[in-house]
Design a protein around this ligand. Structure first.
Ligand SMILES: Nc1ncnc2c1ncn2[C@@H]1O[C@H](COP(=O)(O)OP(=O)(O)O)[C@@H](O)[C@H]1O
Ligand SMILES: [Mg+2]
Length: 132
């Protein structure tokens, strides 16, 4: 695992734009960290880095936002059970060749593929520690 230390949200976005270059079709990226750690900020950088010019907003209420028909950004925080996740059709997004970026993936563990990429982001006194 490598570590990047970010001192501002701009540095997080820039780091994520660079990381996005390593992503390929079919990848599932789990963004892990507590509330307010910077998962959505990281997702913004990833999505921008994949050439999407749209503004990225938190999908907290919609559960999943789609960009360019090929990038899917999930926020599963509010999902109460795996049955609800199935009813919402969330299982259909994985393994279909898109790129999935997932916040609170622990809520939908059963739906995730065996192979995922993980990025952990953690608040520290001076900024954010990003492990990948
Ligand atoms: N170095 C940093 N990287 C990312 N976010 C930061 C950083 N420093 C401060 N922040 C702030 O932390 C908050 C992160 O919010 P958000 O990305 O929505 O978190 P999460 O999705 O993990 O709940 C934002 O208000 C952002 O401006
Ligand atoms: Mg978020």
């Amino acid at each position: 695992m490598e570590v990047f230390f970010s001192r501002s949200e701009e540095e997080t976005i820039e780091w994520a734009r660079g990381y996005a270059e390593s992503l390929a079709c079919g990848d599932v990226v789990l963004l892990e960290g507590e509330m307010g750690a910077g998962k959505t900020m990281l997702a913004k950088g990833l999505i921008a880095g994949m050439g999407i010019p749209e503004e990225v907003t938190s999908p907290t209420y919609a559960y999943v936002n789609e960009y360019g028909g090929r990038i899917f950004h999930f926020d599963c925080y509010r999902i109460q059970s795996i049955d609800v996740a199935y009813e919402l059709g969330l299982a259909d997004y994985f393994g279909r060749g898109g790129i999935c970026i997932v916040e609170w993936g622990e809520k939908i563990k059963e739906l995730l593929p065996d192979t995922v990429k993980r990025i952990e982001i953690r608040k520290t006194k001076e900024g954010r520690e990003i492990r990948y």
